[in-house]
Design a binder for this molecule. Structure first.
Ligand code: CAA
Length: 390
């Protein structure tokens, strides 16, 4: 695994994640995928082990770990099952980080602490049916009630990970008015819980991969959100979401690396066992070149991700390197899993062997939390900003 030397704590977190993955995820992942069902009790178990509060300081009931520890655990869990990993990534990177950095003391007490303990699962609702890459064009509207005690939200959110069972959903909605639109400055963030009147879970997506992870639309029909559930400052919700996605993209990069590493490991095993023309196929140079390229691409993507994690922990802004990490890791995962299917040949194309699922799971990492095209736009913008005017 990583070239980076690990501290004792990082090694013990890695060992914990390996044991959990081997005992409690790997034996069941194919069945969860077939059933398109994620058992809620697995999330509770992740909470017990501390995997849902890894980046939250101890004063808020988290483990207060460094980013590399978190990414090592996430990669390991993703290698066992990418659906389990996306729950962990979204929860740790998006709603909990928004509460930690922009929430009030009361909000942290009420929501962040139970989320860090894994008793409440978090979700993130930014995208809408017609606002995907162009996130600031979202339309979900929040209107303050006449007495000022609440906000009434109307609209539809899409692609909400863990949306069937999430207990706390960070929802971005417009708080500007139709006659005075303010673009990204007209968006605010709200803490939404499913018990609020007007909350409806809508269509569950029937996906190519990550089938165990429930991805849903949420429909708000005059959803009544108490005024105290506005996060931070009105009009800052888009910036809060973007800042959190900087971190989220590191999680998706780790998830992609887990998928890629699993595909390489299965390919190494298979190429050693499978014989054609009277010899193991790993003795053919065509297969050696594939395995070598798979390993080299994984290690380079991992090195960039781990360097970015260290920069983040030094307090540096990681917008550009976060996007680079996600871009490189997700395109590596898609390329590596494609090679793995090729190495397995016909057996790579059937569900009886593991690389078929890895291939399907890899694709989404090039799409969600910002497509590869959006990552390239973010990187190019940062390059231009450094260079100054043309
Ligand atoms: N950190 C802090 N602030 C940021 C920022 C960042 N990374 N990115 C943008 N901002 C700020 C800008 O500085 C700007 O503020 P000012 O006006 O004060 O300068 C404001 O936000 C608007 O920024 P832009 O003008 O750059 O906004 P834009 O409309 O051009 O969009 C974008 C920029 C990068 C394309 C953005 O829309 C984007 O990232 N799109 C992809 C959205 C995405 O990743 N969606 C995934 C949703 S989650 C999901 O996939 C489901 C799940 O559950 C896993």
């Amino acid at each position: 695994m990583p070239l980076t030397p690990l501290t004792e704590t990082q090694q013990s977190i890695l060992d914990l994640a390996r044991g959990f993955a081997a005992d409690e995820i790997t034996p069941h992942a194919a069945q969860w995928d077939r059933d398109a069902h994620f058992p809620r009790e697995v999330a509770a178990r992740m909470g017990e082990l501390g995997f849902l509060g890894m980046l939250i300081p101890e004063e808020y009931d988290g483990l207060g770990l460094d980013t590399l520890s978190y990414l090592l655990a996430l990669e390991t869990i993703a290698a066992a099952d990418a659906s389990t990993a996306v729950l962990m990534s979204v929860h740790n990177s998006l709603p909990t980080q928004m509460l930690l950095h922009f929430g009030s003391d009361a909000q942290r007490e009420r929501y962040l602490k139970p989320m860090a303990r894994g008793e409440m699962i978090g979700a993130f609702a930014l995208s809408e049916p017609e606002a995907g890459s162009d996130a600031s064009s979202l339309r979900c509207q929040a209107v303050r009630s006449d007495d000022g005690a609440s906000w009434l939200l109307s609209g539809t959110k899409s692609w909400v990970t863990s949306g069937t069972f999430a207990d706390v959903i960070m929802v971005m909605a417009r708080t500007d008015t139709p006659d005075a639109r303010r673009g990204s400055k007209g968006i605010s963030a709200f803490i939404v819980t499913p018990d609020l009147p007007g909350f409806h879970v809508g269509k569950k997506e029937d996906k190519m991969g990550l089938r165990a992870s429930p991805t849903v639309q949420l429909n708000f029909d005059g959803l009544r959100v108490p005024a105290e559930n506005l996060l931070g400052t009105e009009g800052q919700g888009f910036v809060y979401a973007m800042r959190s996605l900087d971190n989220g993209r590191l999680g998706i990069a780790a998830q992609a690396l887990g998928i890629a590493q699993a595909a390489l490991d299965h390919s190494l095993d298979y190429a050693g066992q499978r014989k054609q023309f009277k010899q193991p196929i790993r003795d053919f140079q065509a297969i050696q070149f594939k395995l070598a390229d798979m390993a080299a691409r994984i290690e380079s993507a991992r090195a960039l991700l781990h360097a970015t994690a260290a920069a983040k922990d030094r307090g540096e802004t990681i917008t550009q390197y976060g996007s680079m990490s996600k871009l490189l890791a997700s395109e590596t995962a898609m390329w590596v899993t494609t090679q793995a299917v090729q190495i397995f040949g016909g057996y790579g194309y059937v569900k009886e062997y593991p690389v078929e699922k890895l291939f399907r799971d890899a694709k989404i990492t090039e799409i969600y939390e910002g497509t590869s095209e959006i990552q390239r736009i973010v990187i190019a913008r940062e390059l231009y900003a450094t260079r100054g005017p043309a």
